[in-house]
Design a binder for this molecule. Structure first.
Ligand code: IPM
Ligand code: MG
Length: 402
């Protein structure tokens, strides 16, 4: 939401347009100076946004706390004002309400401009949350919020920071000058949301999951992928299993239809098993990977692994329009708290939901500067670097935003 009233700017503009020639040169000078100031003023537009904050479980509250402090610093510097409503999801919601997601939580998220989330879930072996039936466990809350908010496009960048090359498990000749890809994963369809049940057929326990996609679901995610590719290296690799699955054959056909509207973007199809190999064989060939829900889940973990640390990777789950939920790609593991993925997710929120590119750039630059200065959390630590904790890392990033 833009807080400034642009009406006066419009009136001044109209006056200048009709009367400029009639003014004496002093008047013209005054007008030109005013326009220059007006441009400056418009560039510094102040924004008011409502953010739903989901700290979640495990390290979630700790990393979200750091991301919020970074956002506070951005607000202070640029004069924006963000207001926050806290929402419970996953185990935190089970503990209070007995279910991983409530209708009120959905309503709060829907009435916000965007959602920033930490991570959810606990240790499946020890946590009481996993004694509950599957539909009441923390992960069910995550799937339910994705569906309720219609977050069908999940963007997961996998970028190898120069400073973290040593953490990449691939050989130097494979890494070359690094890689920078984004996985566009369909998030509200496929096996995750198909009909499923377990039954006994002739005395044999049988479980059934359904994989279905309709052409509209495929088209809207393909459009998002080609749109993003247009802003990047203009290459889409659509990943499927068209040599076996009907849903993949429809996927291919619809991707080809969409591609016709993007003559400036090149594309190819790749089978998912080959893609899994290519990610470690030649990751530099990828720009945008477009794929369905389950393949995207698996491939995005593989892609994050070759960047050296999943603790660095942000993600955005987008609905139609500007609304999105932003979260780190990693889980809630108690022992490793690196706030960088959540801070970078907050930067994605500024970029994709609020159009605050300059502010997002500044956060990303701050992260790079802290890495270049040699600071590392335990998950990305290497010889000769300075080890810091979650809070210290957050503060170092904030200190770079001057
Ligand atoms: C992810 C996670 C989730 C998924 C789990 C927690 C349900 O692995 O976001 O990638 O499979 O989508
Ligand atoms: Mg996953």
């Amino acid at each position: 939401m833009v807080r400034n009233d642009c009406g006066s700017a419009f009136l001044i503009g109209t006056f200048v347009f009709f009367h400029f020639n009639r003014l004496k040169s002093v008047g013209k000078c005054v007008i030109i100076i005013t326009i220059t100031q007006l441009e400056y003023f418009l560039e510094e537009i102040i924004m008011d946004y409502k953010i739903a904050l989901i700290p979640g479980d495990g390290i979630g509250p700790e990393i979200v706390g750091e991301a919020k402090k970074v956002l506070d610093k951005v607000c202070e510097k640029y004069g924006h004002s963000f207001s926050y409503s806290e929402v419970l999801l996953g185990g935190a919601s089970i503990d209070v309400h007995g279910v991983p997601l409530t209708d009120e939580a959905i309503a709060t998220a829907k009435s916000s401009d965007a959602v920033l989330m930490g991570s959810i879930g606990g240790d499946a072996k020890t946590s009481p949350w996993y004694k509950l039936e599957p539909s009441k466990r923390p992960e069910a809350g995550l799937l339910a919020i994705r569906k309720a908010l219609n977050l069908f496009a999940n963007l997961r960048p996998a970028y190898l920071y120069n400073e973290l090359k040593k953490a990449c498990p691939l050989r130097d000749e494979v890494i070359g000058d690094g890689f920078d890809m984004v996985i566009m994963r369909e998030l509200t369809g496929g096996l995750y949301f198909g009909e499923r049940h377990t039954e006994e057929i002739d005395g044999v326990r049988t479980a059934i999951d359904t994989l279905s996609y309709n052409e509209n679901e495929i088209r809207r995610i393909a459009i998002k992928a080609f749109d993003i590719a247009r802003k990047r290296k203009k290459h889409v690799i659509s990943v499927d299993k068209a040599n076996v699955l009907d849903s993949s054959r429809l996927w291919r056909a619809v991707v080809e239809e969409v591609a016709k509207d993007y003559e400036d973007v090149t594309y190819e199809h790749m089978l998912v098993d080959n893609c899994a190999m290519q990610l470690v064989n030649n990751p530099r060939q990828f720009d945008v990977i477009l794929t369905e829900n389950m393949f995207g889940d698996i491939l995005s973990d593989e892609a994050s692994m070759i960047t050296g640390s999943i603790g660095m990777l942000s993600s955005a789950s987008l609905a139609e329009g500007k609304f999105g939920l932003y979260e780190p790609s990693h889980g809630s593991a108690q022992d490793i708290a690196n706030p960088i993925a959540t801070i970078l997710s907050a930067a994605m929120m500024l970029r994709y939901s609020f159009d605050l590119d300059k502010e997002a750039d500044e956060i990303e630059k701050a992260v790079k500067a802290v890495l270049a200065d040699g600071y590392r959390t335990v998950d990305i630590m290497s010889d000769g670097m300075k080890k810091v904790g979650c809070k210290e890392m957050g503060q170092l990033i904030i200190d770079q935003i001057k």
